[in-house]
Design a binder for this molecule. Structure first.
Ligand code: PLP
Length: 388
């Protein structure tokens, strides 16, 4: 059996895959098992922020793997504490908690929000408002947090205590707030929801309401964080100070990690045995994340991300069949006249690894992609749209 046949026989079919078995990669270039070359503008859904097999990242990870590969959370780890210090000093947040995925980071934020409210106001104040069209993960609770009906099927009973408000409609958020509200949770750019960039006034308005009523503001930066939008974190574009920020995808540079960061007010809410996970804070993963954060937090690096994004947008808008581009940094949604899913599959066949979000094409290229590689990606997309 080849890779595809084994996959179809032995792996549960929870993903519809493209018809490609990837074997290796370097930077924004990937190769399949037949040696065919692809330009990758998907980064494994925004995970490979420095591209495939970045030299410094490989060195950091492999050195750590040969030093100490895992220890339990009953011991101190310099890789974990260095990463925590770096994140806190870069953001002004106070403390972080480790997990292994975006969904776990969000679960942690939800637990902290509820415990803060429980400690201060009692058990009744436990509801969290999220936005329609959001995406927060695949665990039973984060599916509940996700404001899309299609995710609320099959797995009943779902976690209670979530309400959904219209994005960019502050009145609707206000109408959903009552004495039971403990937090509001949102992505400032809804990634899976179609690269929906929230309005500045809306996000600022929510932040104001939150600080007035001691409602916690949770920003899900799982997709937008770590340089993706041209700032270290996307909430910086909005001038707000969240109480909780969740990070995952891009910070590991390719290894599984989820982090929940909190501000001063929340730093002592969680006490021993209120939360944990065996693999959280793994030193190999943290070594990779320390390396990624060191590279990405540089101001010049971040301004390059925005420059490349602006260049890409300009090129995309020149293509026949492209109707509109929604973009913040290198987080890019492309509205096209043709069917996005069909077009994405054809792009892949033509050597461009691209993904979709709702009925848009989506690009989350490695932050290190070059303009020559962006040109190549745009050319393949243009050619593919012409063929259709
Ligand atoms: C991908 C994503 C998640 C879930 O992350 P996993 O690592 O897949 O659990 C949560 N929130 C947002 C905004 C995401 O894009």
């Amino acid at each position: 059996m080849n890779t595809k046949e084994k996959d179809l026989k032995y792996i549960m079919h929870t993903y519809g895959r493209y018809d490609v078995a990837l074997k290796s990669g370097k930077g924004a270039t990937a190769y399949d098992e037949d040696g065919k070359r692809y330009i990758d503008v998907s980064s494994g859904i925004g995970v490979n922020s420095l591209g495939y097999c970045d030299e410094g990242w490989v060195k950091a990870v492999s050195q750590q793997a040969g030093t100490i590969q895992h220890m339990s959370n009953y011991f101190y780890s310099s890789q974990a504490s260095d990463l925590a210090e770096k994140l806190c000093s870069l953001t002004g947040l106070a403390k972080i908690c480790f997990g292994n995925s975006g969904a776990e980071a969000n679960e942690c934020a939800i637990k902290i929000a509820r415990k803060y409210s429980f400690d201060k106001y009692g058990a009744e104040r436990n509801e969290i408002i999220t936005l329609k069209n959001s995406f927060h993960g695949r665990t039973v609770t984060t599916l509940s947090a996700t404001g899309q009906e299609v995710f609320h099927n099959f797995f009943f009973p779902f976690t209670r205590g979530f309400k959904y408000a219209e994005p960019n409609n502050l009145d609707d958020v206000k109408n959903n707030i009552d004495e039971k509200t403990c937090a509001i949770m949102l992505e400032v750019v809804q990634g899976e929801g179609g690269v929906n960039i929230l309005d500045k006034d809306f996000v600022k308005g929510i932040a104001d309401i939150c600080s007035q009523s001691d409602i916690l503001l949770i920003i899900d930066e799982v997709q937008t964080g770590v340089g993706r939008t041209g700032k270290l974190f996307a909430y910086e574009h909005y001038g707000v100070n969240p109480d909780l920020v969740t990070v995952a995808k891009g910070i590991g540079g390719g290894l599984p990690i989820g982090i929940c960061m909190c501000g001063e007010k929340l730093k002592d809410v969680m006490s021993p045995s209120t939360h944990g996970t065996t693999f959280g804070a793994n030193p190999v993963v943290c070594a990779g994340a320390n390396y990624v954060l060191g590279r990405v937090s540089d101001e010049t690096f971040l301004s390059e991300v925005e420059k490349k994004g602006a260049y890409l947008e300009e090129m995309l808008l020149k293509i026949d069949g492209v109707k509109n581009v929604r973009r913040l940094g290198l987080m890019v949604g492309i509205e096209i006249e043709n069917d996005a899913h069909d077009t994405a599959a054809k792009c892949v066949a033509n050597g461009l690894l691209i993904i979709t979000a709702k009925d848009l094409l989506r690009m989350l290229p490695p932050l290190t992609i070059t303009t020559a590689e962006l040109d190549e990606a745009v050319n393949i997309l243009e050619k593919t749209l012409k063929e259709n």
